[in-house]
Design a protein around this ligand. Structure first.
Ligand code: ADP
Ligand code: MG
Length: 618
């Protein structure tokens, strides 16, 4: 039976713990949910089973809306982490329990429990009490019990969590086999990445209540969309690279002379490259590499990990290599690259700490994120510190693990230790603040100055003093042309803030009918576009009135939302917006954070498909 979550939101006082989750699971599919503790996995499953209600959205089973159907009538079998067997009943009675409450006759019950015990490889254990079974056996009984009433959907919430490694593997195989044989649509929650990769047809990764990404294990590992998923599913080096006319540049090295990279507009764009440890090649000199060198340094440490060797290579200061994670500036930790070598590779070239090496790139992946880091723009150190300490900035930086760069009022990066100039070489796009999110104190002049400096294309976050972490984000685009870039920025932010996001159009009450229709269509388009391009869902709302009044209303609200404004306006038009409808945002006492997404004038800039940025060569 198919499962469909449509914009499911579950909220407690503190905010959404499941936030606009939209997900389709096909009949017979084995879907694995991964995510850190507290990300909302159990809550989502409990909502599916009908064990908790939801505040927004719908849940469909086999096309039937079950949002308000009681748990017992949903046909969902549930296995929890703790066996939760009835201690006083025998194994057979436990399995038959769901049938007995449904009035199934004794003979039929006995037949079913015998079949199920066979299915989970516990034939002959029916008359034992749970206490006479091992943990792994008890969990098998729990699986059999969940299957007794032939649920169309089986839900397992960390079912192997409390078991030791060997038994986990056995039980995992049993579950997979039973699932295949019965064709039961299954969702399993685990925190074990290997388990997820082994079992899943498809994986979904949750973070802060949002379903960040879904895809086959291969896809999520090779081509993640977000930093979070890139680092959550296995080890990854996240490096900053410059997209230049010649190709992709890591520090001073031109690593990937891709033709298609040259064809892309926006030279010198800063991107975040995901490099898996097993995709780094090590040699004593560049000539011995099968691939082009992307950096050099020395071996910092090496460790034995069974059939693999883990090397940590410290990049040389003159390599210009930069990380996409952490803080840039004096006192910055040296940049280290993680490498994984097979035993055969280590035997061919043993490497002790201190050894000088060059690194080549077998494969890499460029994240499609429009935000490469966070740039705090204030010449005055005290104001910069205030920005750094802002709740919204802390949340974004912490969750994105984004690089933070200190810059002056004009957004020019302050001198940093990580980018030494090397004689005779072109510096890596000047300690550039790159395509980072510019953060400024909440004043209109600062916003305008930066918008001019960015030359349209980028994002500026204006923070009035003392803003609180918003629980809502409202998005407004001043034109359709601004939408793709704005949705990109919104998606980046949505993944890292526990906000409920709404796409808004503003409609004058006197608007002619055609305009009203167009306005509704815009909302549907925006939602579809966000889903297609970023896998995220957003709510939609038409505000009847004008923009000025809408903004004044927001300022008066008890909980100040984050306002995301997308515009492709020229500098003059932007100045008009800042002096007009946006003006109240910058007045004393206002505490509404504004995220301005500036759409690049060249439409092609945002048209590069994410797949064109993935590198898999050699
Ligand atoms: P996971 O299964 O991913 O670890 P959960 O779905 O159990 O996460 O919890 C998600 C969030 O919801 C957590 O922050 C948790 O504290 C919160 N939460 C769960 N149940 C309740 C509740 N009854 N009241 C308030 N908050 C809750
Ligand atoms: Mg849980």
């Amino acid at each position: 039976m198919s499962i469909k979550f449509e914009q499911v939101t579950k909220r407690y006082q503190a905010g959404p713990v499941v936030n606009d989750v939209t997900l389709d699971i096909a009949t017979g599919e084995f879907f694995v949910l991964l995510g850190p503790s507290g990300s909302g996995k159990s809550t989502l499953l409990r909502a599916l089973a009908g064990l908790t209600d939801i505040q927004h959205g719908r849940i469909l089973l086999g096309g039937r809306d079950v949002t308000h159907v009681p748990a017992r009538e949903r046909g969902v079998g549930f296995v929890f982490q703790h066996y939760a067997l009835f201690r006083h009943m025998t194994v057979a009675e436990n399995i038959e329990f769901a049938l007995r409450v449904r009035g199934v006759r004794a003979a039929a019950r006995r037949k079913r429990s015998t079949e199920l015990l066979k299915l989970v490889a516990l034939e002959g254990f029916g008359q034992r009490k749970p206490a006479q079974l091992s943990g792994g056996q008890q969990q098998r009984v729990a699986v059999a019990r969940a299957l007794a009433h032939e649920p169309a959907v089986l839900v397992l919430d960390e079912p192997f969590g409390a078991l030791d490694a060997k038994i986990r593997v056995e039980l995992r195989d049993t579950v997979r086999e039973v699932q295949r044989r019965l064709g039961t649509t299954t969702i399993l929650v685990t925190h074990d990445q290997e388990e997820a990769f082994t079992l899943a047809d498809r994986i979904g990764v949750m973070h802060m209540g949002r379903l960040l990404e879904t895809g086959t294990p291969q896809r999520l590992y090779r081509q993640p969309t977000t930093r979070f998923v890139a680092t959550f599913l296995g080890a990854a080096n996240l490096l900053l690279a410059q997209r230049t006319a010649e190709g992709l540049r890591f520090g001073h090295e031109l690593a990937v002379p891709f033709e298609y990279l040259a064809a892309l507009p926006g030279h010198r764009d800063e991107v975040v490259a995901v490099v898996r440890p097993e995709d780094v090649e090590v040699a004593e000199s560049a000539e011995r590499l099968a691939h082009r060198a992307f950096t050099h340094g020395h071996v910092h440490s090496s460790g034995f990990a069974g059939s693999f060797e883990r090397l940590v290579v410290q990049a040389a200061p003159d390599s210009g290599l930069r990380t996409a994670i952490g803080h840039e500036g004096p006192g910055e930790a040296p940049l280290r690259v993680e490498v994984l070598r097979t035993a055969a590779e280590s035997a061919t070239l043993p490497l002790a700490p201190g050894k000088r090496v060059v690194l080549g790139l077998r494969r890499f992946h460029v994240l499609p994120t429009p935000i490469s880091g966070v740039v705090l723009c204030a010449s005055d150190a005290a104001r910069r510190e205030a920005l750094r300490g802002d709740a919204l900035v802390q949340q974004l930086v912490g969750s994105m693990k984004a690089r933070v760069i200190d810059a002056d009022d004009d957004g020019v990066a302050l001198a940093s230790a990580g980018t030494l100039a090397v004689a005779g070489r072109e510096p890596p796009a000047p300690a550039s603040a790159g395509s980072g999110l510019r953060v400024v104190p909440g004043d209109a002049d600062a916003v305008l100055r930066l918008a001019r400096a960015l030359g349209h294309g980028g994002a500026v976050l204006a923070l009035p003093p003392g803003t609180q972490l918003p629980s809502r984000a409202l998005l407004l685009c001043t034109s359709d042309g601004a939408r793709p870039a704005t949705l990109g920025v919104l998606a980046s932010v949505m993944r890292h803030l526990p906000v409920e996001a709404t796409y808004v159009t503003v409609q004058l009450p006197t608007a002619p009918r055609a305009e009203v229709t167009a306005s509704f269509r815009r909302l549907l388009d925006a939602r579809a576009e966000l889903q297609a391009a970023h896998g995220l869902d957003v709510r939609t709302e038409v505000h009847i009135g004008d923009v000025d009044g809408w903004i004044v209303g927001l300022l008066a609200a008890e909980d100040a939302p984050l306002l995301v404004l997308g515009t492709e306006a020229t500098a003059a038009e932007l100045a008009g917006l800042l002096a007009g409808p946006l003006r109240p945002l910058f007045q004393a006492g206002a505490r509404l954070p504004l995220l301005l997404a500036l759409a690049a004038a060249r439409p092609a800039a945002s048209a590069a498909p994410a797949s064109a940025l993935a590198g898999d060569y050699g």
